[in-house]
Design a protein around this ligand. Sequence first.
Ligand code: G16
Length: 547
Amino acid sequence: MEGMLEAVRKAAVEKYPRKVNRKIQYGTAGFRTREEYLDHVLYRMGILAAIRSQTKKATIGAMITASHNPEEDNGIKLIDPAGEMLEATWESHATFLANVEDEDLASAIKTIVSKENVSMDVTATVYVAMDTRKSSQRLSEALQCGVQAAGGTCKDYGLLTTPQLHFMVRCVNTNNQYGTATEEGYFQKLTTAFCKLRQQIAQKTDNMYKSTLTLDAANGIGAPKAYKLTSYLADYLTIDICNDGSSGKLNYLCGADYVKVQQKPADGMTLHCNARCASFDGDADRIVYYYADKDGKFHLMDGDKIATLVAGYLQELLSRSGLTLNLGLVQTAYANGSSTAYITKNLKVPVACAATGVKHLHHRALEFDLGVYFEANGHGTVIFSENASSQIQSAAKDSSLSEIQRDAAAQLCTVMDLINQTVGDAISDMLLVELILATYGWEINDWDSAYIDLPNRQLKVKVKDRTVITTANAERTALTPDGLQQAVDSLVVKYEHGRSFVRPSGTEDVVRVYAEADTQANADKLAQEVGQAVYNMAGGIGDPPAP
Ligand code: G16
């Protein structure tokens, strides 16, 4: 231990000193800030990942990405053994370790090691990958230096999407039961399932589904991976890839976050009547769909619409199979009010609300046999409990069941393979949506017609210190600063179907405002008024939120 601490201290001082005195926090999805502030943080996260690996006696993942943030930012997401996000108690270890002075690093490590009872005799293994940002290679080297200084070994996958790395970690920790921990293994598992299910779809004469899709890859890692994907899809899906990074800038005027927040198509995308378009985000863990109708009006099919499509499809398969498994859906406060009403009243599926961040939704979804979770921003997946998975597998082979029941269970089995259950995955979600639309023989407007979104608006407000805003009730109620929630309440009641909430972002230095109302003009007005209240009461800086 002492030898390791000396190696760690030496590399910290010589190669990765903490040059800037800025507090950094493990946020919604890891550390995220300007890339120039991150070298020492990444080095220290290499150490933490190694210790976490020793504690769990399993491989840990470290993904270098700032996802939807601009190119100038970067960050890291740590991945736990089952491929899920880092456990919450370790988030505080991460924040602690990232912020100590260089001379206190060794004692900080000792504190964590003794608190967590770490088995120092276990060899740590950390799987590492990165997105396409210019700073990612440098930060990956810092991270790997940390792992090695702590006595661990790394497997460097180079460029991967975030969900691909989650997949690799789950595979290796299940002795490849979940899949093979290679990129080939990832594509094989998903696309074999997709092609099998597509092949089984009876060709109806009135099938309106067209197997072409235009994809905005956000000028990020999703582009090279989508090109690779196409070679596995036979004729079942043709993807025309735009914003593939050959000229444009990462996430700039494109990508899932831009499309969702701005409610307009990404630059470079040409919309044809009822033709499906989709946008990935910078690390390809989110997807949104959209199209233009015959009048050229833009329609967004966000995470809520994807969730309802998926939940409806799974519910139908479950009911055909005769299995009595409970299906539930998890959303956040950003979910459009119309989607929640549709799920409850039409689909009759129970809905839970969790705080922003897939880690929160994922944990809530584990309470169902089949848990569908999606954030409105397009981040989500489906998880099948062990009980559900084994019941489905047995039913698919059970000769006492009718052929219809067995077929439905067999389809569910294949669907489980199509879904990356570790985390939201834009590639896997895209294949699932395409499969469902093809199964129903739908055009995108058929999917859209399930319910009409309430007009909504999101704003960002810059404040001096966003931590002055604290929330409760899955972020729907602001606890501080005093009087803010009352101010929001008094604005909301002025509008028909009015709803609004505010929360500090965990990935950007802003406060987010969400508002919905009966008309777009009213949603815009409500968002602006609530934004102004935040600006006035929570220490706004710069320009007040524009109407
Ligand atoms: C991350 C999280 C998402 C979250 C988003 C925005 O996404 O994984 O769950 O919705 O940040 O979070 P916030 O509003 O706290 O900034 P990504 O795709 O950027 O990693």
